[in-house]
Design a binder for this molecule. Structure first.
Ligand SMILES: Cc1ncc(COP(=O)(O)O)c(C=O)c1O
Length: 404
């Protein structure tokens, strides 16, 4: 007897044999996507409530971004930084202006932006402050990426175990505790590196006085405040930057994900001249960093952000999403956190792990992902409508009542 193998099954099988097993994806094989919707190889449609971990903030294949990418594909895509391109400087000028800063160091992945930010802070510490053997204070339960240096200051044993020796020079304090942070800063500290809202930890919003106190401490101690806005930034929370909610301006913004419009990897370290000017030719670089294709896409993203529509959508629809999720507290949901269209939802473990609930939701056409344990992350593309949010919540309610 022969069994019929679906196209999804055969592709997932091929994946298991040839793709490194560093992820545990849901069994959904995307073939196309548009706005907030993904279509799989069997033509099933799914409402995307993850948005590629916020890299697709403006929706899949945003027409303006795709048009800019197409036009640039027909012009020039890569020259390396050995030459100038007519795209890079305008992009960096526009992004610096959006951030209220002077300069941009363009890179590719988020982790590269974090690595670059760390290098800049250490070099600034040495050149400007004369600090050798410096340290950087970070927050517990942080997530800043996957490189050897970054996992050196992670508390996630799965991310760390087996990858040592680790990079020294980091000290970790509880997130949200400004007093602990103040105690950790010493004469060798050059920077504080934080996610303003912790994403992978479960969308943890700090107390309202936290970021203003971190800002004041950094200013008083003459050290750099580095905000990793790679997931929280670029309209996700209802503001251009999550720091804006507390009127805090860091010394360095680390940006990525949505900066590439869901089209190309594009990340950036953004700071004033007195900080980024510590880099000289040969001290840092990347062959693809700031390539013309990425710069054209990034310029379009900055134009879109300037208009403010997505920040407003994230605020209004975020209120709707949070109200709908909160209505499920006591009916399978224990707690809801977050800002804008970004919600961490703790599920009563009797309904299964976050992964199991994500699977059941995928079977009903809603794509979400667990952050860890029994916390789900809802972070749809900001083009989602109120009706689509209601549709997802109805399916979520079904899943919770079926497993009660
Ligand atoms: C806050 C934060 N920083 C850095 C990163 C790393 O970005 P990338 O996966 O592009 O290296 C992530 C990715 O999830 C993130 O959420």
């Amino acid at each position: 007897m022969t069994t019929m193998v679906s196209r999804s099954e055969s592709l997932i099988d091929l994946d298991s044999r040839h793709v490194a097993h560093n992820y545990s994806p849901l069994p959904v094989v995307a073939a196309s996507a548009d706005g907030a919707w993904i279509t799989d190889v069997e033509s099933r449609r799914y409402l995307d409530c993850l948005a590629a971990y916020s890299a697709v903030n403006f929706g899949h294949r945003h027409p303006e971004i795709i048009a800019a990418a197409h036009a640039q594909l027909d012009a020039v895509t890569l020259v390396s930084r050995a030459f100038h391109s007519d795209r890079l400087a305008p992009f960096c000028a526009a992004l610096a202006d959006l951030c209220g800063k002077d300069m941009v160091l363009p890179m590719n992945s988020g982790a590269e932006a974090v690595e670059s930010g760390i290098k800049v802070a250490r070099k600034w510490g040495l050149d400007v402050r004369g600090i050798e053997d410096s340290n950087i204070v970070v927050a517990q339960n942080n997530f800043h990426g996957r490189t050897t240096t970054i996992i050196s200051f992670s508390d996630d044993e799965t991310a760390r175990r087996g990858f040592g020796p680790y990079t020294p020079g980091f000290r970790s304090v509880p997130f949200g505790d400004a007093d602990a942070l103040a105690r950790a800063v010493d004469d060798r500290t050059v920077a504080v590196l934080l996610e303003p809202i912790q994403g992978e930890a479960g969308i943890i919003v700090p107390p309202d006085d936290y970021l203003p106190r971190v800002r004041a401490l950094c200013t008083a101690r003459g050290i750099l405040m580095i905000a990793d806005e790679i997931q929280s930034g670029l309209a996700r929370t209802g503001a251009t930057f999550a720091c804006d909610h507390w009127d805090v301006v860091p010394d360095i913004y680390l940006l990525g994900k949505a900066l590439g419009g869901g089209v190309v990897p594009l990340s950036a370290v953004v700071a004033d001249r007195d900080v980024l000017d510590v880099l000289h030719p040969g001290e840092h670089g990347s062959t693809f960093g700031g390539n013309p294709l990425a710069a054209a896409v990034g310029s379009t993203v900055v134009d879109i952000l300037r208009r403010g529509d997505y920040q407003r959508r994230a605020t209004d629809l975020g209120d709707h999403l949070h109200a709908r999720l909160r209505s499920l507290i006591g009916r399978g949901v224990i707690a809801v956190r977050g800002k804008g269209l970004w919600a961490g939802v703790d599920i009563d473990p009797v309904h299964g792990t976050g992964k199991q609930v994500s699977l059941r939701l995928a079977q009903r056409g809603v794509l979400v992902k667990d952050t860890h344990g029994s916390t789900l992350r809802f972070a749809p593309p900001l083009v989602i409508t109120a009706d689509e949010i209601d549709w997802a919540i109805a399916r979520f309610t079904d899943v919770l009542s079926e497993t009660a």
